[in-house]
Design a protein around this ligand. Structure first.
Ligand SMILES: [Zn+2]
Length: 114
């Protein structure tokens, strides 16, 4: 389903967490509220691809991760070695994503200084 940003009237095509989406839609978030989670794909014990998700500080705490960290690194499962690594957390984050528009995403990147 395609949704339009109510602020910018643009198609929402970039995913961030639900809570972060709410924060972005309601006020300008502070840097402290945004946490970037890096997920590494792992093949046979070696990190291959890296991708990232943006979530809120509140969600970091809900996921049981330490609240002091600004970036988090997780390892996805290793199919060859049959190791789950941080798969459960990765799935929780993936299941909790919502779309925002490019302009909202630019705003988010500005906040964290990218
Ligand atoms: Zn927008």
């Amino acid at each position: 389903m395609i949704s339009l940003c109510k602020i910018h009237d643009k198609i929402e095509s970039v995913n961030v967490s639900w809570e972060l989406r709410d924060i972005l839609k309601n006020k300008k978030p502070s840097k402290e509220e945004v946490v970037e989670v890096f997920v590494f794909k792992v093949e046979d014990g070696k990190k291959t691809n890296k991708y990232s998700y943006f979530i809120s500080r509140g969600e970091v705490i809900k996921l049981g991760l330490h609240k002091g960290i600004n970036t988090i690194e997780l390892l996805d499962r290793d199919k060859q070695k049959k190791e789950l690594n941080d798969r459960a957390l990765v799935v929780k984050i993936k299941n909790n994503l919502a779309p925002i528009c490019d302009r909202c995403f630019e705003e988010l990147l500005r906040v964290i200084g990218c």
